[in-house]
Design a protein around this ligand. Structure first.
Ligand code: C5P
Length: 240
């Protein structure tokens, strides 16, 4: 039987990864963080000194013999991303790679290089019945025929405040007051950075962030994480 596909899209910091992962667990499906694939590719491109300002060099590299995409691997559980056999799950989370992933993601060559990988994950595994994938264009471009589509939205200031609270908790847990710099803890500046990334995601020519007409929209700013997962699960189960 073909895999059941659940698409979870929305702007940054709407709790997509956490809620999609919990949803996948409740459904017994594979969870895929498509942003991690874009981040791993950003790491590979920046280590080759190929800037997003040089799209033709990137297109040539991604269609040539050294294309790094076959060496990007998503493993779940426990949600690790591998590049060239190395676990880069932490290396892809820096502010630098966050910024670069967003810039590279605008390029059609980058999106085309990853679409086959996104569609193939889980397909050859007889234990996988379904996939929950989170991203920006999953319900519109990657799986336009998805069995269920969810779109998580939310006020940018509420999203920024949550992101800052998360970072403060991470600092407390690590006992490291310098884990994040002042800008990363300033709600106004974090909101500006989120808005800039969202704008780039919404206005690119291919794979733009958009709500599919048949998606269920959830306002992440007005609910707790558990309430969000409950709403998502209900929406998905009513469609299966
Ligand atoms: O979701 P996350 O913030 O980890 O994604 C990193 C970047 O990758 C985003 O800023 C976005 O530009 C890009 N991305 C994308 N399409 C996806 C997932 C992520 O363009 N499906």
């Amino acid at each position: 039987a073909p895999l059941v596909r659940v698409a979870v899209d929305g702007p940054s910091a709407t709790g997509k990864s956490d809620s999609a992962q919990q949803l996948a667990q409740r459904l017994g499906f594979l969870y895929v963080d498509s942003g991690a694939l874009f981040r791993a590719l950003a790491l590979a491109l920046s280590s080759k000194l190929l800037p997003a300002s040089n799209p033709s060099a990137i297109a040539a590299y991604l269609t040539g013999p050294e294309n790094p995409v076959p060496r990007i691997q998503w493993t779940f559980p426990p949600g690790r991303i591998m590049l060239n056999g190395h676990d880069v799950s932490l290396a892809i989370r820096t502010d630098e790679i966050t910024q670069k992933a967003s810039e590279y993601a605008v390029l059609p060559a980058v999106r085309e290089a990853l679409i086959g990988l996104q569609r193939h994950i889980g397909v050859d595994d007889p234990n996988v019945r379904g996939v929950v994938m989170d991203g920006r264009d999953i319900g519109t471009t990657v799986f336009p025929d998805a069995d269920a589509k969810l779109f998580l939205d939310g006020d940018v200031h509420v999203r920024a405040a949550r992101r800052v609270r998360q970072r403060r908790q991470q600092m407390a847990a690590a006992g490291d007051e310098k884990l994040f710099d002042a800008a990363a803890l300033d709600v106004v500046r974090v909101a500006e950075a989120l808005a800039a990334r969202d704008y780039r995601d919404r206005t690119r020519p291919q794979g733009a962030l958009a709500c599919a007409p048949d998606a269920v929209v959830i306002d992440s700013a007005s609910v707790t994480l558990t309430e969000q997962v409950d709403m998502m699960e209900k929406a998905v189960r009513s469609r299966l």
